[in-house]
Design a protein around this ligand. Structure first.
Ligand code: PLP
Length: 407
């Protein structure tokens, strides 16, 4: 039985969110994900999904799912270590490792779970030296799953330090400052591509710092994998660091098919350890076989058509340039995430509402999701967008921008 107090408090919280205009609405798609979707019986241009390669409704992946169901069934009714590991789970882990240029990989039900599973398993472990200090350095704009992962770190002798976004000078100062302490492990954690900005972590410098200070470098490449690098292996590959990042996390929920599933990848010893100690792996169900097989098919597709990555980057570059020519302000970065900065939260809310009415679905972001005064529209380009889709979106953006006197 609920207590009346709990229901009253919940109602109050919802009211406050409503008054503050912070209620998240869910628009109902009556179609697959794609460059155009059906919402309320109307076709709308989709510029808000992470469907970077346009694979979310790709015939090869739909076929992979259909072929897998009779062969491997729907679900496994088990976690991996009891009876939930099929041959294809290991195949996917090995193929992923090869793709990312590392020893091995371990699958999770999502990237969020992978991140939650990583830090606690490493840092909470006494390793027989409980009194020494561990330090985790985290970029201030890291994804919520890293922020939440750090909340699961419970051992007393752990210092969590947040460094200013991509500021490797500030990070080095922190690393230097901590040198005098009796240290055990150090972990530097960063997103590969920052999802609100579309910019890339300064990985070359981070690798150098990790080497100099004997730190483990953890990169969440959710928005990099399948997009950046000559083979789509992500931010490290794009920056000439393929295989040089200690631990990578990533998702199958964005460029790599768009459904579900995450992973950690790195050195054999690390992956072996995580298989034993990572609680979000050990105590959560195996990925459904159909998704595993579709993910294998994604890796085949990328191998056969690596130009998908350069296509989406070229589309994004073109789109960004045209947006700038219209007089809008964008942010630096070469990624299909193209933020258009408007500044004011109210204006951004109004603009995204009007754009949607005009048939363009793009997400608006404001404080506290992004720094105050930098509210923005976040356009996300897909390889499935044709030039016509881009032109239509630009036309709508220009017309609404003029109406609201943004340009
Ligand atoms: C950087 C980053 N990490 C992790 C995640 C979570 O991915 P998943 O949906 O696979 O849990 C996201 C998704 O938004 C993300 O942007």
């Amino acid at each position: 039985m609920y207590s009346e107090l709990l229901i009253k408090n919940i109602k109050q919280e919802i009211e406050q969110l409503t008054v503050a205009g912070k209620i998240k609405t869910e628009r109902l798609l009556a179609s697959p994900q794609g460059p155009e979707v059906l919402i309320n019986g109307r076709k709308v241009l989709m510029f808000a999904s992470n469907n970077y390669l346009g694979l979310a409704n790709h015939p090869a992946l739909v076929a992979a799912v259909q072929e897998t169901l009779p062969r491997y069934g729907y679900g496994l009714s088990s976690v991996r270590f009891i009876c939930g590991t099929q041959t294809i789970h290991r195949q996917l882990e090995q193929r992923l490792a090869e793709f990312l240029g590392v020893d091995d990989a371990i699958l999770y039900s999502s990237n969020y779970m992978a991140n939650l599973g990583f830090f606690a398993s490493i840092v909470n472990e006494p390793f027989g030296f409980g009194t020494y200090l561990d330090v985790i350095y985290s970029d201030e704009l890291n994804h919520a799953s890293i922020v939440d992962a750090l909340k699961l770190v419970k051992r007393d002798n752990v210092l969590k330090r947040v460094y200013p976004h991509n500021d490797t000078v500030a990070l080095e100062a922190m690393l230097e400052e901590d040198q005098a302490k009796e240290l055990r492990h150090r972990i530097v954690a960063t997103d590969g591509v920052f999802s609100m900005e579309g910019d890339t972590a300064s990985l070359n410098e981070l690798v150098r710092l990790a080497n100099n200070y004997q730190a483990c470098l953890f990169v969440d490449d959710a928005h990099g994998v399948g997009v950046l690098g000559s083979s789509g292996a992500g931010t490290p590959e794009a920056l000439g660091l393929h295989g040089q990042v200690d631990v990578l996390s990533g998702t199958f929920g964005k460029a790599l098919g768009g459904a579900l599933g995450g992973y950690l990848a790195g050195r054999q010893e690390m992956i072996d350890f995580l298989r034993q100690k990572s609680r979000t792996y050990t105590f959560s169900n195996s990925l459904p076989p159909a998704m595993v097989m579709a993910s294998l098919r994604v890796l085949d597709l990328l191998k056969a058509e690596p130009q998908l990555c350069s296509l989406v980057l070229a589309q994004a570059k073109y789109f960004k340039q045209r947006v700038q020519e219209l007089g809008f302000k964008t942010l630096p970065g070469q990624h299909p995430i193209v933020p258009v900065v408007l500044g004011e939260a109210k204006l951004t809310q109004e603009m995204s509402r009007r754009l949607f009415e005009a048939g363009l679905y793009v997400v608006g972001l404001w404080f506290p999701v992004v720094p105050e005064g930098t509210a923005r529209l976040r356009f996300q380009i897909s390889a499935a967008h044709t030039r016509e889709h881009l032109e239509q979106a630009l036309k709508i953006l220009e017309s609404v921008g003029r109406e609201l006197k943004v340009i």
